[in-house]
Design a protein around this ligand. Structure first.
Ligand code: XMP
Length: 526
């Protein structure tokens, strides 16, 4: 099958390849290059030259690494990288490697330079051109390596020195090969953005080709080219940002030849299913199919208390419902899904990491469904998906939707699920969200939601004792869901939410606030 992404025309024909040696900032470098307006593709450090060449790169960046060039098993790139006439920029380890490979000398630093260090520019052209510096031509860079260049290769010059007299930047201007001791990608290197841009625009002669608009034009053209004139494509909608952006791209490319299936499993938040249906029905030209599978899911989940079992049942049922509908639609050749770059990237083959990530959307629909897969977002980072969505005029309700687990409220009802419990949780959750949004805290929080515990407690309501469930409120701040801190919401706000929940939902006996961070807790309760 022709890979959807490869050899595309348009914006993707101009790219910079980043060879990943396992440095902690490799992904950040790729993002910075893209933010600067050039598409960057991450490949394993040991990718053969023929493969790299096949990408027709405008430039090659060698990333940092936890390794030292002196290690016995130091990761190396194909030496042909230096001979292909393509500009090369080595960052930190990448700089040390190219120095050694091209006949220079690297030594363990006597004063290991970590953190912010100033450096003096010796040769501003072309990497440091136009960089605003003070009178002494001093810039700051952020270092995180002990090794340093002792002698650059014979035909290289020193472009900048650190305050400690070590080489901060070196290069060969004829061959367009450069090395930086500091990390231009981190915010602590104030001139880093300009240095990267100089590499991209002055050295590699790139044009500013990577923008949400150019991506959309390109993706639409590629969808048309892959799908051809007559075939149809089916796409599952979840209401999440990725599948929504895929849907609007498909719609743009294929119009009525796109079929959208929204499986309402009844586990979304209050009115969310209605909202998703309204938005897509109004916004898409293609065929929109809304399957009300609420009863079916409830039935399958009856009496199930184990969270993993809930997940398994929901995942399987979703595939069954989707498959039945999709296959009944006649001959549809393609299935589109919202796989994004972090799901695809072979970071596992970078030095130092053992696991090779699967090339398939985690939790995505299996290929046995018999469709060819189309994954129009395979090259995008999450924030780029949002930018593309914005360019496609998707509403904030989708673009800024907080992460929501696939199994939905099923994992926020502790123990067995029932229609009554779902109804109660949706109401409590809606009150919590409404008050947090009104108070202006929404954008500061990673996720905030209510959980229906299986604890029954006593309370006083009206004139008598009342036994009812406990609602727990969970609000966290986080960068990436790997770690999270519980949000310090004001007591007055929590008081108001508690009063509304106990007042407006008669059954609820008590409201508690979760003050556990991750770790040791997790974000969800199940
Ligand atoms: P935890 O609870 O592990 O959650 O701290 C981390 C992030 O993952 C989300 N999450 C899920 N997403 N299916 C999903 O699609 C799931 O089964 C699932 N469980 C947790 C959670 O909301 C948080 O953003």
């Amino acid at each position: 099958m022709e890979h959807f992404l490869e050899n595309g025309k348009g914006s993707l024909s101009e790219k910079v390849v980043l060879l990943d040696f396992g440095g902690q900032y490799s992904m950040l470098i790729a993002r910075r290059v893209r933010e600067a307006g050039v598409y960057c593709e991450v490949l394993p450090y040991n990718t053969p030259w023929e493969v790299i060449q096949g990408h027709n790169p405008a430039g090659i960046i060698l990333s940092g690494s936890p390794a030292s060039v002196y290690q016995e098993d130091a990761p190396k790139c194909d030496p042909a990288v230096y001979e292909g006439g393509v500009p090369v920029l080595g960052i930190c380890y990448g700089m040390h490697l190219l120095n050694i490979d091209l006949g220079g000398e690297v030594k363990k630093g006597s004063r290991s330079e970590f953190g912010r260090t100033s450096f003096t520019i010796e040769q501003p052209e072309p990497l440091f051109r136009g960089i605003s510096i003070n009178d002494e031509a001093v810039c700051y860079g952020w270092m995180s390596h002990q090794d340093e260049v002792l002698n650059p290769p014979p035909d290289f010059e020193v472009l900048a020195w650190t305050e400690n007299g070590t080489v901060a930047a070196t290069g060969n201007r004829q061959k367009n090969i450069y090395g930086l001791q500091f990390h231009p990608e981190v915010v602590h290197s104030p001139c880093g953005e300009d240095v990267l841009k100089n590499f991209l625009y002055k050295v590699c002669q790139c044009s500013h080709s990577w923008t949400p608009r150019s991506f959309i034009d390109d993706a639409v053209a590629r969808i048309r080219r892959v799908v051809g004139e007559n075939e149809r494509v089916v796409c599952a909608l979840s209401g999440g940002v990725d599948s929504s952006v895929v849907a609007f791209l498909l719609d743009k490319a294929l119009g009525s030849r796109a079929v959208f299936i929204f499986v309402d499993h009844g586990l979304l938040r209050l009115d969310e299913a209605k909202e998703v249906a309204r938005l897509f029905k109004e916004g898409l030209q293609g065929q929109f199919i809304h399957i009300d599978a609420r009863e079916k899911f409830l039935k399958r989940l009856e009496g199930v208390t184990d969270p993993e079992e809930k997940r398994r049942i929901i995942g399987n049922e979703f595939i069954n419902v989707f498959k039945e509908k999709a296959l009944s639609m006649g001959d549809i050749a393609y299935l589109a899904q919202g796989t994004i770059y972090p799901d695809v990237i072979e970071s596992g083959s970078a030095y130092g990491s053992a696991v090779i990530k699967s090339h398939h959307n985690v939790g995505g629909l299996p290929e046995e469904l018999g469709f060819e897969l189309i994954e129009p977002l395979r090259e995008l980072f999450k924030d780029e998906v949002r930018l593309v969505g914005k360019e496609l005029n998707l509403p904030d309700a989708i673009l800024k939707r907080q992460p929501f687990p696939g199994p939905g409220l099923a994992v926020r009802i502790i123990g067995a699920i029932s229609a009554g419990k779902l109804d109660l949780l949706q109401k409590a959750d809606a009150i919590f969200r409404n008050e947090v949004e009104k108070a202006g805290y929404k954008d500061e929080l990673w996720q905030f939601f209510a959980v229906l515990t299986d604890v029954q407690v006593v309370g006083v309501k009206g004139d008598g004792r009342h036994y009812g469930p406990v609602i727990a409120l969970r609000a966290v701040v986080s960068e990436d869901a790997m770690t999270a801190d519980w949000a310090r919401l004001p007591h007055e706000l929590l008081e108001k939410i508690s009063a509304r929940i106990t007042g407006e939902i008669p059954d609820v006996a008590r409201v508690v606030y979760d003050i556990t961070s991750k770790p040791p807790g997790t974000i969800e309760w199940e």
